[in-house]
Each structure stands twice: as C-alpha cells, then as structure tokens.
Design a protein around this ligand. Structure first.
Ligand code: F6R
Length: 587
C-alpha cells in the first residue's frame, strides 16, 4: 500500500470460509485469531450476504458473538502496516463501488497507482488509501464489460505487478475466488466445506488435508468442490497433501505470555529435534552433509534472528574445517554471487520471509542448489527447496523468535559435529534448564535495574558475536530499549566514545576468552556497568557448561529472559510488540 507518498508495507493474514450450511462469525474469527501473529493493527470480515465489519486494534479481545452474523461464505483479514494510517477505511475487506464485490489481500500491488488512475477515469470511486482496493474495482469493471470473474482473472494477473494472495466474494454467490502470486495461500479441506488461508495454522486444528497454491494460480471454491486454474485460465490438477502439525502449543497454559512459555519449552523442543536428527530426519541431515561435502561453495541466507543463527553456523562449521559464508537475505542480491557449484542454505522459522524467497529466486536463476532449515512445514521456502531439514520447534506464537532460534543453532551444532566438531549435544536440553534455573532470579533483579535505561551494549567475539546481536535484537523488539550487539574488537573503532559512567554493557565471555576479557576491561575502566555472562565462577550470569559450541545457545537464553523481564517491568505487549509481525511477507 502507498499513502501520501510513503510506501505502506503490509503483511497480513487472510481467511476465507465456505460451508454447506450457515455459520456464525465465531468460526471464521477463531481461524483469523490463529493468524493474528501475521499482523495485528486492524482486522475485518465480510460475508456474501452483504455484512461488512472493520475494526482498528487487535482481534484478540474482540467478541464477535453479539454481531449475530450468519452466512455460508466469509472472508476475513488481519492487517499489519508500518508507515501510514491504521484506520478503519484502510482495513480490509475492501468493496467495489456498488458493494457487490468484497476482497481481502495480502501483498503489494506495485502498479496500483496506474490501475487506480485508469479505473477512476472509468468512474470508480476509491474509499481507502490502499493498493488492495484496486482489486475490487478491477473486477467490478470487468463484470460491467460482460466478463466473468474467471475470464477476468488472467487479465488481472497479466496487468498486475507485485504480490498477492487475494480472496474475493460476490453478494449472493456461494463461492470464493482465490488468487496467488508470491504471497502464501493454501486451501484446507474441512469436513463440511473449505477454508482458504495464508497458512495451514489457520485450520490445522480442524483438518490435516490441504492444497497449496503455486504462483500465478487461481481457484474457484464452491460449497461442494473447487477448481484450480493457471494464469491463462487452463484447468490444473492439484495434489491434496496430508500434513502433520503438532497442537501442543496452542494455549499459554499457566504462563502470562507465549514468550515465556516458549522460552521454557526450549529444553523439550531441543530434545525433540536431536531425537529426530537421529531417527526420522537422519537421512535428511546426512544428505545435507553430503551436499556440503560435494559443493564448492556453501552459503547461508536468512534474516533477523535466523541470520544470527546462520552466523553461528558459519562459526561452528569453520571450527570443523568447513568453509561457509552467510549473506543477509535483504542484501543477498547486492552482495552474493552463487553459482552452479554453490549450495545455498536458507534458514527460516516461518518459511515465508519475502527477503529470503526473493534471494532464493535469484539463487535458482543462477543455477545453485537450494536447501532449507525451516520450522513451519509446507511453507513456501520448504517447498522451494530440494532438501529441507525441519527444526521441530513447534508453533511459535510470540512474535519474537526464541525456541526456533535455539533449535536452528542446535541443528547447526549437530551438523558441525558430523564434520568432527566436538560437543556433547545430548546434554544440551538439561543445560538449557539449568541455565534458566541458575539465573532467573538474578535476571529479574537485573531487569528492574536496566529497564529504565536508554541504551544497552552487548559485546561478544567469535561464537559470542552473533549472540550479542541476537540479545540486542531481543532487547530492542520486546523491551523497546535501544541496544547494540557488536564485536568486542570493534568497540575501539568508535562505539567506545558512547561509554559513560554507568552505561550498561553485557559482556559475553566464553571460556575466559582473553580478548573478550580485555575488551571488558576497556569499557569497565571508562565507567561502564559491566554484566558478564560466562562459564567462569565469577560471572554475573553463569553458563553451566564449558562446551564452547553450546555457549551460543545458553547465553542467548539468558538474553531472551532479560528482554522478557524488562518488558514485563515496563508493562509492554510482549507477545505482539508494536510495528512487528511474525511473518515478514514484504520486502
Ligand atoms: C526476531 C524475529 C525476526 C525473524 C525474521 C526472520 O525475534 O523473529 O527477526 O527472525 O523476521 O524470520 P524467519 O525466521 O521466519 O525467516
């Protein structure tokens, strides 16, 4: 979306339900709430009997029972935007001028201004500032020119630049039209109808059968069946996939927030992953090892927290004599030149991050092989990969990644150990529990001391450098405190000028690393408030393992908890921090 000259980036969740009997809004809202982690600024829904409701805010607290809406066909939307107004007018669904067509959209119609101008010249009036609204008017125009929706979709796909997962309904018609390019879309087969959604989590509590949309495909879904077409309107035979998805993580249980629940789940999630690498995923991880051995170059591509995991992967594999590099997804095309002899390993929790998808398209064009390390099965990135190893962290509901990071790094540590890196990985789950037990009370005290600060520095070297960045990211996104995670060796090249009396510096020192000890002294002598995290007995935060390979995970768990408790002290919305969304499906 664009607004007053600014580009309004939107990541959203969409849901469409069609059933053979009338249902209340509760059922679609239940599914939409399951997608709320994809966006939570505003939401809305429409039915094929003309009901339209749009609201600003979280769906979480919305009680739909009083609305008394009943219908066989619903489309719903939960929205996330960065720049520009979060208003009811900009919330989806959007209607055509006559109100006969309603649409919901995830993605960006890049040439919407050109399309909007043409449609306005033909008399269409727009009610919102969004790019998405052009979809409703485009099809209204096509209908007025005696085309059917099915006939107009190929033209829409041809005319439109950008990305879309869009659902469209018409008043009085028991059908949902669904179109997809780049943004994810899947059809779930329910007992008494169908659901269309951004991801399988919308309906994974109701069915384990789904049909995944490919790019530039569209479907017409009725009460009794569905048909898929390609961008030229030719019928497609699509495979129904049976998927498995654990339901263990759907409630907060006794925790106040999903984030703490997910931090506490880490030992179990890690145990599950290690077990799978020794059994159900053994063949896959061995194939990955063989691919690395056979490749001339190995590159990681990922973003955010997953990028920090990839940096740890580069470090751990290097210790085992394997040369790899990691290039951040949003800059991949500017900095990386993979070729036919390159294996590119994407690391991603969601499997839907647009920057990673774009990088992989580039990689594919250059003829490299694609592997992925993913958490969400059946995700776009998993389906783009020749080989995909799952991190088995289970559903992660909190926007901030915790257990998925731990399992990504565990998987990379396991991989490094297959190349000879020495680590006692089996003890990791217990050591995570021990790290939490040993430090939780100290972290709570530290959190109340630090939560009022404006800046926190986190420093590390080698293995602890990516951890420093990850801890700083967690502090920023959850506690809204400016934090910088950096290489201890880089302090002297500028940042040390910012150290004043009392400036908090968290120093990550693995195995008494001499250079880290000196960097710590350098800032301490300038008055910094030093907090050490290390496996030495004198550490402020104690890591109960001398195994260098595990330091990265155990120190990160401490940082996750510090960020959590600082945010708790500040009364912040921990599971849904402002301006963020879990699946970053825009560039
Ligand atoms: C931070 C966080 C994000 C994600 C990033 C990549 O806590 O969750 O930085 O790590 O958006 O997402 P995935 O791993 O889904 O590709």
């Amino acid at each position: 979306m664009y607004c007053r000259g600014f580009r309004v980036l939107v990541m959203c969740g969409i849901v469409g339900i069609i059933g053979n009997s009338e249902n209340g809004i509760e059922e679609p809202m239940h599914s939409l709430k399951r997608l709320e982690y994809r966006g939570y600024d505003s939401f809305g829904f429409a039915t094929n009997n003309g009901f339209l409701e749009k609201r600003v805010g979280n769906i979480g607290d919305f009680d739909a029972s009083g609305l008394g809406t009943a219908s066989r066909v619903f489309i719903c939307h939960t929205r996330w935007s960065t720049h520009g107004a979060v208003t009811e007018a900009n919330a989806h669904p959007h209607l055509s001028c006559d109100g006969e067509i309603a649409i919901v959209h995830n993605g960006i119609i890049e040439n919407y201004q050109e399309l909007k101008k043409e449609l306005e010249e033909k008399g269409h009036r727009f009610r919102s500032e969004t790019d998405s609204e052009v979809i409703a008017h485009f099809f209204e125009q096509a209908l007025s020119e005696n085309m059917s929706i099915e006939e107009a979709v190929p033209e829409f796909m041809q005319r439109t630049k950008g990305t879309f997962a869009a659902l469209m309904i018409r008043k009085g018609e028991d059908r949902i039209y669904a179109m997809k390019r780049d943004s994810p879309l899947v059809l779930g087969l329910l007992e008494n109808g169908f659901m269309l959604a951004s991801d399988i989590y919308a309906f994974s509590d109701r069915t384990n059968r789904a049909v995944f949309f490919g790019d530039d495909e569209f479907a017409v879904v009725g009460v009794d069946g569905y048909e898929f077409f390609d961008s030229r309107g030719r019928r497609l035979d699509k495979e129904i996939q049976d998927f498995e998805w654990s339901r263990e993580n759907e409630t907060k249980e006794n925790y106040e927030h999903f984030m703490m629940k997910e931090i506490m789940e880490q030992p179990e999630a890690c145990r599950r992953l290690i077990k799978s690498l020794q059994s159900t995923q053994k063949e896959k991880i061995e194939r990955l090892k063989d691919m690395i051995v056979g490749a001339k170059n190995v590159m990681f591509v990922s973003g955010g927290t997953s990028y920090h995991a990839s940096l740890l992967g580069v470090y751990l594999l290097k210790q085992a004599g394997i040369n790899t590099q990691s290039v951040i997804a949003s800059e991949f095309q500017n900095y990386a030149m993979p070729d036919r002899d390159t294996v590119v390993i994407a690391i991603t929790q969601s499997g839907e991050t647009m920057d990673v998808i774009e990088a992989l398209k580039y990689v594919k064009n250059r003829g490299s092989r694609i592997v992925s390390i993913v958490n969400v099965p059946y995700s776009t990135i998993q389906r783009m990969s020749e080989l995909s190893v799952e991190v088995m962290a289970g559903q992660e509901v909190c926007v901030a990644a915790t257990k998925s990071f731990t399992n990504q790094v565990t998987l990379l540590l396991y991989l490094a150990s297959m190349f000879g890196f020495e680590t006692d990985i089996e003890r990791m789950p217990d050591e995570i529990s021990e790290t939490i037990r040993l430090n939780e009370e100290k972290i709570k005290k530290l959190a109340s001391e630090l939560c009022g600060r404006n800046d926190i520095y986190v420093i590390g070297r080698g293995l602890s450098y990516p951890v420093a960045r990850e801890i700083a990211l967690k502090i920023k996104e959850i506690s809204y405190i400016h934090a910088e995670g950096m290489m201890g060796g880089e302090l002297k090249h500028g940042t040390i000028a910012l150290i004043e009396k009392g400036t908090p510096v968290i120093s990550l020192i693995s195995n008494n690393n001499y250079d880290m000890l000196s960097n710590t002294k350098e800032v301490e002598s300038r008055g910094a408030r030093i907090i050490t995290a290390s496996n030495s007995n004198e550490a402020d935060l104690k890591i109960p393992s001398n195994d260098n390979g595990k330091f990265g995970i155990l120190a990160t768990v401490l940082g996750q908890m510090l960020a959590y408790y600082m945010a708790l002290e500040k009364g912040l919305p921990i599971d849904r921090p402002r301006n963020l969304a879990k699946s970053v499906t825009v560039k």
